[in-house]
Design a protein around this ligand. Structure first.
Ligand code: FAD
Length: 433
């Protein structure tokens, strides 16, 4: 792209804001227009299912207004409704059109609507936006029985926040353990025990048949497949997301499970890129087209793309990592180890601090660290350089992941992982790191 070209960023969330910031950091001189369809200043979502539910004053804005003004980033509160690729213009819901040299699609994802009988009853909520979280916070103050459908990260985080309010909480999950798609059996078991110890009921291996309501249309309970009824005057549905791809589909851009991009985050149109929750990219860590839903992925892809748009030719290779906070437990996950075939646990889960090392075909694929940040940092270093301890080594008494990383990944950190930029992301507050 020419150095004074116009970049239109669709979606003013975690990835979109980072692209705008990084383009300016890298000296891009042309217009940068950030179009977002949510009201207010762009904000981060992670606190919405955690601290923000209990503490309304929690700061969630990614950057203050002055940040955009000083960097000449034009923030437009409207929706991009279509892309005219031959004229290189986008149409906005407010009737305007914008010419572009390059478009960045950073449109995120939407919560999946569960096709359950009774899903439109009053008292059934989801958590995606700031408005959703504010509504849920208000409802939590008035309700007496909360049911959460789905024991993924968001469902379990909401359950942990709700436990602090004293509301009777039941989590319903079709799989036999919480967060099963993302973490190992050992970590799932630990998290389930934490919740039970706080008085939360887990109905695992059960599916929802329908939602019951009263004559006023308010929800009264959740009927399960074993015939039992979970009483509830508030229901949170957290059953996953679907990527926001419609704009790309309608513009004739390749879409799979997300907008398809290459290793440089370019779509099938070289003037359009896609990043974050809505993009499906070739991952060097899975060896396949992959779509991830995490702050790290959105931010690191934004930084990589900004580098490419300002002259670099570096593919996206960052090590994926995630985190969740529940009660006083911080779980950090490095890599993608879900399809592991062997594991080693370092430390004793009973102490509340341990790490699970996940191996696939003899190689380290992921590390889950529970209140063990030094292990998490070491794991990211090891995975960034494609190294792996042998599994037998990790079972020896006194094995330390940090020492192993110090021995095997020394002095390479700056060269081998240019986009694994843990220390340079936009707007992350200390409490969510
Ligand atoms: P988003 O940040 O979602 O931004 C996309 C924006 O684009 C949205 O504002 C959307 O409204 C807008 N948009 C869409 N279409 C258009 C259009 N046509 N025109 C204009 N604007 C448009 N991740 C973690 O790593 N750790 C966590 O602890 C964590 N907790 C989370 C808790 C909650 C409640 C939620 C919902 C998510 C959480 N995530 C967490 C996931 C993380 O927030 C996302 O992966 C991340 O925000 C993705 O960034 P993004 O830029 O791709 O999309």
């Amino acid at each position: 792209m020419k150095p004074d070209g116009t970049v239109v960023i669709v979606g003013a969330g975690q990835g979109g804001v980072q692209v705008a910031a990084s383009l300016r950091e890298r000296g891009h001189a042309g217009p940068v227009v950030l179009v977002g369809d949510e009201p207010g200043l762009p904000y981060q979502r992670p606190p919405l299912s955690k601290r923000f539910l209990l503490h309304p004053q929690t700061p969630i804005e990614l950057r203050p207004q002055s940040f955009y003004e000083r960097r000449h980033i034009e923030l437009r509160h409207t929706r991009v409704t279509s892309i005219d690729r031959s004229a290189r213009r986008v149409r906005l819901a407010d009737g305007d059109t914008l010419a572009y040299d390059h478009i960045v699609l950073a449109m995120g994802a939407r919560n999946r609507i569960a096709p359950i009988d009774g899903i439109t009853l009053d008292g059934i909520v989801q958590v995606r936006t700031r408005d959703d979280a504010e509504r849920l916070r208000t409802r939590l103050q008035a309700a007496s029985h909360l049911a959460i459908i789905g024991a993924g990260f968001i469902g379990m985080e909401v359950a942990a926040a709700a436990a602090r309010t004293g509301i009777a909480t039941t989590v319903i999950e079709a799989i036999h353990r919480p967060m099963a798609r993302a973490v190992s059996v050992a970590t799932s078991t630990h998290v389930a025990d934490l919740h039970r110890a706080q008085g939360t009921t887990l109905r695992l291996g059960r599916t929802v048949v329908r939602l019951d309501g009263d004559r006023t249309g308010a929800v009264t309970g959740v009927r399960l497949d074993d015939g039992s009824l979970v009483p509830a005057d508030l229901v949170v549905v957290g059953v996953g997301v679907t990527p926001a791809v419609e704009l790309a589909t309608e513009a004739g851009i390749d879409v799979g499970d997300g907008i398809r991009v290459d290793a440089f985050l370019r779509t099938s149109d070289p003037h359009i890129s896609a990043i974050g929750d809505c993009a499906e990219f070739p991952s060097v860590h899975t060896g396949a087209q992959t779509r991830l839903e995490s702050v790290q992925n959105a931010v690191d892809q934004a930084r990589c793309l900004s580098a490419c748009l300002t002259g670099a030719t570096t593919p996206y290779t960052a090590v994926p990592w995630f985190w969740t906070e529940q009660f006083s437990t911080k779980l950090q996950i490095a890599g993608l180890g879900q399809s592991y075939d062997e594991s080693t646990t370092l430390g004793d889960p009973a102490t509340g601090s341990f790490s699970v090392l996940l191996f696939k075909d003899g190689l380290l694929a992921g590390v889950e660290s529970v209140n063990a940040p030094a292990d998490h940092t070491a794991a990211r270093r090891i995975l960034a350089f494609g190294k792996s301890p042998r599994r037998e080594e990790t079972t020896a008494d006194g094995f330390s992941l940090r020492q192993w990383a110090d021995r095997h990944c020394r002095n390479q950190d700056r060269t081998a992982a240019p986009h694994d930029s843990a220390d340079a992301r936009v707007g992350l507050t200390a409490d969510i790191r």
